[in-house]
Design a protein around this ligand. Sequence first.
Ligand code: AMP
Ligand code: MG
Length: 327
Amino acid sequence: MVADCNTIRLSATDRGIRAAVSFLRKGGLVAFPTETVYGLGADARSERAVAAIYRAKGRPAHNPVIVHVASAAEAAALIDLPDAGRKAAAAFWPGPLTLVAPVRGDSGIAPICRAGAETLAVRVPAHPLARRLLAAFAGPIAAPSANRSGQVSPTHADHVMEELLGRIDGVIDGGACDVGLESTILGFDADGSPRLLRPGGVSLEALEAALGPVGAAAIVEDEAPNAPGQLSSHYAPGAAVRLDAAAPELGEAWLGFGPDPARGSAISLNLSPSGDLEEAAATLFAALRQLDEWLDRRGSIAVASIPEHGLGRAINDRLRRAAAPRG
Ligand code: AMP
Ligand code: MG
């Protein structure tokens, strides 16, 4: 019973990995660290196991999940990649890039992973523990972020425990995630040209340096169908989020970026005092969680402007979703 199990914190050792594999083989759910955020893993070939991910997260059935595999060769057995996709795989895998392409008829992946789409999202993660888990399991692992649907993604095992305790079998504790933001999602048009579906851990600049021009199209990571053009609330703390703030207003918490003179708010954190976007990405979700906790999930968090380049695009994407009107 997913909603009522004893969630075990597994060590980042061979023993922990073996325990995780035995849960996965039984159709259970195990969270594990990746370089992006913690994923909530299940056997991607089992409809029943992946259905349990949706239940544990409260994830809407129309939101597909990413399937993780150990190598580009394994990915090629699941999806038909156009030339640009093979190039992207060679340039960025293992790493924080997800490729979305038509699923192969013989993939063996449970259709529930696609939530009705003809395409499947696949990633080869770089985190050593994710790689050890994939090697030991010797099969594809479906894994969305290991948080309750709509909440801020987890970058520490403690975050997973806070949200999913009693709903999953275990979490492998591998410390903090390096990148701290979800993967970049890249899709392809009918003619094979690449299209950015979600900004993430691989910057648009890096993608374009490898592939040439990349088209833009936002996917709506929504909890319910929204009016066209509306950003859906996602990655949302309990407190309201106010973007591009010059300073906090009375009673607001402050999330700074770059040199940050004392802002007069008792509750404040800085994503990167030196203005480094990679550091800011790595600390973003933990900082939002910490401020939210200090605010008791009420009130408002004012956030400094973040430059819209490199990882700043993905940071701003997540902040805009955190600030979007709540459904
Ligand atoms: P998460 O793993 O929680 O970061 O969420 C994965 C995201 O990947 C979801 O928001 C989906 O919208 C996106 N995704 C997964 N599969 C597909 C697909 N077949 N086509 C388009 N987007 C996808
Ligand atoms: Mg997610």
